[in-house]
Design a protein around this ligand. Sequence first.
Ligand SMILES: [Zn+2]
Length: 295
Amino acid sequence: MNMPIQLDLLKCAWENRRLSHAYLFLGQSGTGKRGVCREFAKAVNCQRESFPACQECISCHKIENNTHPDIHYIEKEKSDFIKIGQIHYLEERIALRPFEGRFKIFIITDAESLTEEASNCLLKTLEEPPANSIIILLANDLQRLLPTIVSRCQILRFSPLGRREIQAKLYQEFDLGELNSHLKEKNSIIRQFVFAKDMRSYENQKDWQKPKLRQALRILIGLVRDIYIFKAGVSCDFLINLDLTKEITLLSKKYSFADLNKIFLGLFWLVEGIEQNINRNLILDNLKFIWEEPS
Ligand SMILES: [Zn+2]
């Protein structure tokens, strides 16, 4: 039950068959990147198809003991670099079918240590990833990676912060000071997307530009976060939408954790969609229907 949030997100992607072929785990050392990597590798290969992994089957044991033939670690050598020869090794292995598992997993630790030559070589594989393979790069400094590599990976961030600090950060990231001073607007957005049954208000949204869409997403992500922590039994003091405690109570009964994970992930995909200039109407449709009655 106490899965790191990153593993939670990966689980959700796994269940929805939306795993990416390449991930970038970003965060300082000591933030749990390697642990999540290992547990993820176990889960997608677990013989009991259990996520989180069962920890008992042969596959789980082999991954725990670093003896699984489909899990490869690519680490910097004594020279302090990851060289092109090591990426050639990856290229050869990744072209093969998995020996035992469902997925071949290639974990490149300290991805900042890739030489430029090695990075360019890796890029080719990232452009045409073979089936049943996942590449995971671990890094702590985004600036030292080739942007073309970063753009081909889904980024998962790792943080050394405790729960309280994460709350504080959420407050910052979601502009909550600003939100509270625009209480009316915040609640109007929540009403339009989460509770409204008629489509009239929806029509006006078609004029919304990027900043307005971004703001709406931020507000909705804040709301899902609230439902989530309320459901988890965290004190109401920590709610962003303190003024909507009644509504949050209702929503927390309506949605399961799995539903909330799906909504959360959906909203994050829409955040990405906005940045990638995906059709606005499509985004609005999704924003609306993401809240539909859970099955
Ligand atoms: Zn297992």
